[in-house]
Design a protein around this ligand. Structure first.
Ligand SMILES: *Cc1c(COP(=O)(O)O)cnc(C)c1O
Length: 404
């Protein structure tokens, strides 16, 4: 077995001043003695030591080194360093899924008697996690309108520890003022946590807008091709350390195989996000011109109420949009069912365009009144715009829209 060679200086380049697209391709790579050009995949659950003394020193923390892949794995670390660089964060903890990331943050930062404020429009499973499980541990949760800063401010209490949001929201594409909410969270002495799944760091870097922690479901755009589940939390080392503590003990860490797939995803993230955004804007404009479409929700449209805000905090507008058809559930279902290429699935952030009817799927468990408050009508259809030719996507949607 060979010792780790000292790679010449040209391979130890310091990327601190590198641009986003360079970091996406190169940040975090560590090269093994084999001299591989691409990132190696370390499929191993544990690691060996040279001696009992070395094992003792490593376990005791006196020596750096891997012990067990629930704690550290080189491929996972490679992914963590690359994503941290892209978000402009000091540290990153990779997780088994996006939900594991949210779970770990909640467990690390909330205890019985604490209070958190959450925007009403969050991912369905986030809602279940808070309502069904966090409440069991006597954590108090207040839901507020994503856009209403006064409501956020009015909900702050002495025991408020976390403010949690997604922006742009799903499926209405509402855009939160992250800078203003970061200021409020500082005043409240609470942490602002932003689920950045819809934008990815290619489009939005919440830490630079003042957020404390960023959450990812890597399952969506970071993979981008619908293969693996994963997630991550990014922030300062001080804030990420307790999250890592939860993950190492509870176990929902990222598998090295998935980390390797996500590393490859990060390399093309900007390219893909630019094309997703381009296709989404073209589709949004085309939908606006359809006589059977009554409204289009996409923050890239100049008519969108938070378009200027989106421009001030996002580099692009992303690939998810929604629209309402003339009529109700029956008409919306007609549009969904008439497609022949677009996939009927609630998943998003894929090269393949997907279509879903939120009122009877992702938001189907809500009562009519909850749906009304959330602004999700039965006429609403959501699209995650993929990378197919835009003319084919339009043609597929026209099949149903022309029937109405
Ligand atoms: C999918 C999703 C999640 C959950 O991620 P998983 O990887 O499915 O666990 C969280 N937040 C948002 C916004 C999502 O779209």
């Amino acid at each position: 077995m060979t010792d780790l060679p000292e790679w010449p200086e040209r391979y130890q380049s310091d990327l601190t001043d590198a641009e986003f697209d360079t970091l996406a391709v190169r940040a975090g790579q560590m090269r093994s003695p084999e001299g591989e050009h691409g990132e190696a995949m370390f499929l191993t659950s544990s690691y060996v030591f040279a001696s009992a003394a070395e094992a003792a020193a490593t376990f005791g923390g006196d020596r750096d080194g891997n012990v067990y892949s629930r704690y550290t794995n080189p491929t996972v670390r490679n992914f963590e360093e690359r994503l941290a660089a892209l978000e402009g964060g000091e540290s990153c903890a990779a997780t088994a899924s996006g939900m594991a990331a949210i779970y770990a943050v909640c467990i690390a930062y909330l205890e019985a008697g604490d209070h958190m404020i959450c925007s009403r429009a969050v991912f369905g499973s986030t809602n279940v996690l808070l309502e069904k499980f966090l409440r069991k541990f006597n954590v108090e949760i207040t839901y507020v309108d994503l856009l209403n800063i006064d409501e956020w401010r009015g909900s702050v209490k002495d025991n408020t520890k976390l403010l949690f949001l997604e922006s742009p929201s799903n499926p209405l594409n509402e855009v939160a003022d992250i800078r203003a909410l970061a200021e409020l969270s500082k005043e409240a002495n609470a942490l602002l946590v932003v689920d950045n799944c819809f934008c990815t760091p290619a489009a939005q870097q919440p830490l630079k807008l003042g957020a404390d922690l960023v959450i990812h479901s890597a399952t969506k755009y970071i993979d981008g091709q619908g293969r693996c589940l994963g997630g991550a939390v990014v922030g300062s080392a001080e804030l990420i350390d307790p999250v890592i503590g939860v993950l190492r003990s509870a176990g929902p860490t990222m598998s090295p195989f998935n980390a390797w797939v996500f590393l490859k995803g990060l390399e093309t993230l900007s390219l893909r996000m630019r094309e997703h955004s381009k296709n989404a804007l073209k589709l949004a404009k085309w939908l606006q011109a359809q006589p059977t479409v009554t409204s289009v929700n996409y923050c890239g449209l100049p008519e969108h109420p938070q378009h200027e805000l989106a421009k001030s905090q996002q580099k692009m507008f992303g690939g998810v949009l929604s629209f309402e058809v003339a009529g109700g559930r029956e008409e919306a279902w007609k549009v969904v069912d008439a497609t022949r290429m677009i996939s009927i699935t609630a998943n998003l952030g894929d090269t393949k365009t997907t279509i879903t009817h939120p009122g009877t799927t992702t938001h189907g468990r809500l009562t009519d009144e909850q749906r009304n408050v959330a602004g999700i009508s039965q006429a609403l259809v959501r699209i995650s715009v993929g990378l197919e030719d835009i003319e084919d996507i339009k043609k597929d949607l026209a099949r149903g829209l022309d029937l109405l």
